[in-house]
Design a protein around this ligand. Structure first.
Ligand code: PPS
Length: 464
């Protein structure tokens, strides 16, 4: 099986040029100039000149994008200082009007609205974020949103000046975009009674997901030989892993990294234990994507929310053909390789189930059943065909999720036609992917969109 990395430039006459770097099974690198593609085209005398011209065009375009982004980064501080601010300071203890029926037990608590959701990568965090965005909109809460892109300049550490229209003294109710956690900065932004919560995933599954999704962003993985690059990597990680390589954090202890820690620690390093203790202190609730519904019930309990607040559709899931099967042995290897994350997960897996026990196992089962019933009900109301579909089958542009480089593996949904008016808005919001949702909230995602346009039109990494 070969790895093909190709750069594409679409001319007005739709000419497509591929330059493929093919790596043979034996690990030798060959440069294939696509000689067999079109003898007519390659036979022309000025073929070489044309190719050089197009290569220069591509380079100029790439350099321009980098310059624009660099310019934006350099000028951000100045831009922030001159932006007009429309937010007023938020009221502490905003009262939520909840019309839905509550049980007697719930009747005494007040819904929590000051929320810090630490959005970890590849942990069902987009599904949870969609729930939070809808809750926040419904109750007119103030979001601390990013500016220009959909994250807070990840993988840089979070600083409150990265928040859209930030001014000292302003306060916010909810923050839930990807960031590299930085507690002192987050704390200065949110009210003192803010509930901090986050979500973790078994590092074996997370590694598999991350390897697939971010492969195009990690040059060190491109030349791994063999049909199953992830398996090959896990068999000989030290042969392929470069801790100082570009975006290497996606390959090792990504969760630990997201919380602001060094990701190249081995599991027995005392800093891992310290990190776990720190997270334990900072976060009141740590959820597990592997038990997503149970997690939401615990969240509802901690935040005094209602079942109506929890309904969701699975977002950002991959099509089945993009998921690599992992043998028990490979899972063990993935957990060993991500040793710090594995310890982190084990620790919070234990606290999670202790919480479920305290909540009541049979009560939990009933609640999960009820949540699933409601989700199924919403599915029938909102989703055309009742299930997720591939990107090419999504009709409405606003419903198309962001895709990884060079592959359209992330599923999305089509809204049903003729949805009853009372459900129309809810259905649309439940199915709207993160980028479009943030745009609807007023975030100008120009950096993300520029990159998206460049990624989809000029860069194509094919992994066959
Ligand atoms: N409800 C629910 N339960 C369990 N798992 C779920 C759920 N929703 C999303 N997912 C899976 O989460 C993966 C995407 O995670 P994120 O949304 O955090 O990704 S991202 O970092 O924002 O890109 C992605 O995993 P992979 O498919 O393995 O990549 C989704 O399938």
């Amino acid at each position: 099986m070969a790895i093909a990395i190709s750069a594409r430039y679409d001319h007005s006459n739709d000419t497509v040029i591929h330059e493929q770097i093919l790596q043979s099974r034996r690990g030798k690198t060959l440069i294939n100039k696509n000689k067999q593609t079109d003898p007519g085209e390659f036979g022309r005398p000025n073929q070489m000149a044309n190719r050089v011209k197009r290569l220069i065009q591509k380079l100029v375009l790439g350099a321009s994008v980098i310059c624009i982004m660099g310019f934006y980064c350099l000028t951000r501080t100045t831009l922030l200082a001159t932006q007009s601010v429309s937010l007023s300071p938020c009221m502490p203890n905003v009262q939520v009007r909840n019309n839905s029926h509550r049980t007697l037990k719930d009747a005494t608590c007040t819904p929590k609205v000051n929320l810090m959701f630490m959005k970890t990568h590849k942990t069902a965090s987009s599904t949870l974020m969609n729930i939070l965005l809808r809750f926040g909109e419904k109750h007119q809460l103030k979001f601390a949103l990013p500016d220009g892109r959909n994250d807070f300049f990840y993988p840089s550490s979070f600083f409150r000046t990265q928040v859209k229209s930030y001014q000292p003294g302003l306060c916010y109710n909810v923050i839930c975009n990807h960031m590299r956690f930085n507690a002192p900065e987050v704390e200065k932004l949110l009210p003192p009674d803010t509930v901090f919560f986050t979500i973790l995933r078994d590092p074996a599954d997370l590694f598999e997901s991350s390897f697939h999704y971010y492969k195009g962003y990690m040059p060190q993985t491109w030349m791994i030989p063999g049909e199953n690059q992830m398996e090959e990597f896990l068999k000989h990680p030290n042969r392929y892993f470069n801790p100082t390589g570009f975006n290497s954090f996606y390959l090792k202890n990504l969760q630990f990294f997201d919380f602001g820690f060094e990701n190249n620690l081995e599991k027995d390093d005392p800093r891992v234990k310290e990190g776990i203790e720190y997270i334990e202190k900072q976060f009141q609730l740590v959820l597990l994507s592997d038990h997503f519904e149970e997690s939401l019930i615990l969240l509802k309990d901690a935040l005094c929310w209602t079942m109506d607040d929890l309904v969701f559709f699975k977002l950002n899931a991959r099509n089945a053909t993009s998921v690599s099967r992992m043998s028990p042995e490979l899972r063990t290897r993935a957990r060993e390789w991500n040793g710090a994350d594995w310890r982190l997960y084990q620790h919070f897996n234990a606290t999670f189930w202790a919480r479920v026990k305290a909540y009541g196992r049979s009560r939990m089962e009933e609640q999960v059943k009820e949540l699933r019933r409601r989700n199924a009900e919403m599915e029938a109301i909102c989703i055309d065909g009742g299930r997720a579909v591939g990107a090419s089958d999504i009709m409405d542009r606003d419903m198309k999720p962001w895709q990884p480089i060079g592959k359209a593996s992330i599923l999305g949904y089509n809204l049903r036609n003729n949805i009853e008016q009372q459900y129309e808005e809810l259905c649309r919001k439940m199915l709207t992917p993160e980028i479009q949702y943030l745009t609807n909230l007023g975030v100008n995602l120009w950096v993300t969109r520029l990159w998206g346009w460049f990624k989809d039109n000029f860069v194509r990494f094919g992994f066959s």
